[in-house]
Design a protein around this ligand. Structure first.
Ligand SMILES: [Mg+2]
Length: 360
């Protein structure tokens, strides 16, 4: 059986509205700027991937860079790990963070999707995993005491057994009030997490977080800058509540640096920033060997499959921001991910009319 050969890459840029807009301590997110990548191979095979550019200003440069790297992959066999090695080698001098890392990860995710479609199986099964369910949690925004509690209660009514709130209000008392309002709304058995989105200053983070230390939180996420491993480690060692971090680490090397610093109790790589499926596999092996439990960030469809692979898997961050442009978004039942038996590829297939509607 000959391996398909890559013929070309296609890109589309979309702005998908987030309803309601998502508020964090770092600002309001109203739309998701996404580059949709299609990798076309011989035999009519096409693989798909989404990359998230965070700001609309990066949409066109990201799409252009995908097409710019096209010459490096066209004519190559569809072998995602080898392809990834080659792309990383050819971009070593510009570096693997930012747009370059985003685009290489996007091509990688699309290549893995295509290969699984070629083999008529899911990425999870192709990598030797079973379609195991993973516990998912839902999120609320930086929306104040009453609204955060209302949203948390609504998620729990939908079957979720965990909810994460964005906090980082001007005072520790406000953060505590939001956590207590959520707890009152959802009861004692629901897992609660909080996310500072890197908004605290190292000088007062420990004092701030001690106010939350008796609230039974599963984790406190990104209290300070994600790459400030030394201060994150210091904070982690000074409080009882586990610290979570990882969504802003670029590639397996950042994972290694964070593990070397023992900066976080848990890790939650983002499948794009960590380097696509290939980067995820490498980074998660390191984390698992270091005894860290692994959760995901965004990309619920693909992350559900990658978490289903691992014995160190912890929680899936469920978000529905991009569900509208997908033909079959991830299903969560009673708070657990459901991977269908007949799932093919990465779970990313376009809802073409919605893609058309949000195209920019
Ligand atoms: Mg976060």
């Amino acid at each position: 059986m000959s391996v398909p050969v890559i013929e070309r890459l296609d890109v589309q840029t979309v702005l998908v509205p987030i309803n309601p807009p998502h508020r964090t301590a770092s600002g309001l997110v109203e739309k998701s700027p996404l580059v949709l990548i299609d990798i076309h191979c011989t035999g009519g095979l096409v693989g798909h991937a989404i990359v998230f550019t965070y700001t609309p200003a990066a949409l066109k440069p990201t799409a252009d860079l995908v097409l710019g790297l096209q010459a490096l992959v066209v004519g190559q066999a569809l072998a995602p790990r080898s392809l990834n090695d080659q792309l990383l080698a050819k971009t070593r001098l510009i570096g693997h963070q930012g747009l370059v890392g985003t685009v290489i990860a996007g091509i990688d995710m699309a290549a893995w999707d295509a290969l699984a479609r070629y083999k008529q199986t899911s990425i999870c099964r192709m990598l030797g995993g079973a379609h195991s369910p993973v516990m998912a949690y839902a999120g609320t925004g930086y929306d104040g005491e009453l609204e955060t509690a209302r949203q948390a209660e609504a998620w729990v009514k939908q079957g979720y057994k965990g909810v994460k709130a964005k906090i980082g209000y001007p005072t520790a008392a406000e953060d505590l009030a939001v956590v207590r309002a959520m707890r009152a709304a959802v009861g004692p058995d629901v897992e609660l997490m909080v996310d500072y989105n890197q908004s605290l200053q190292p000088v007062d983070a420990i004092n701030r977080l001690r106010h939350l230390d008796d609230e039974g939180l599963v984790w406190i996420e990104e209290p300070v800058l994600a790459h400030d491993y030394a201060n994150t480690a210091r904070i982690k060692d000074a409080i009882k509540t586990p610290v979570q971090s990882g969504e802003n680490w670029w590639g397996p090397t950042d994972m290694r640096h964070a593990l070397d610093a023992d900066a976080s109790d848990f890790v939650m790589p983002d499948v794009m920033k960590i380097g696509g499926v290939t980067g995820w596999l490498k980074a998660v092996e390191l984390a698992s060997a270091a005894g860290k439990q692994v959760s995901s960030h965004l990309w619920p469809e693909l992350s559900a499959q990658l978490l289903a692979l691992g014995s160190s898997s912890h929680r899936l961050e469920y978000v529905d921001w991009w569900a509208e442009i997908l033909a079959e978004p991830l299903t969560v039942e009673a708070g657990m991910t459901v991977l269908k038996d007949d799932l093919i590829g990465s779970g990313v297939t376009w809802n073409t009319s919605k893609v058309e509607q949000y195209r920019v």
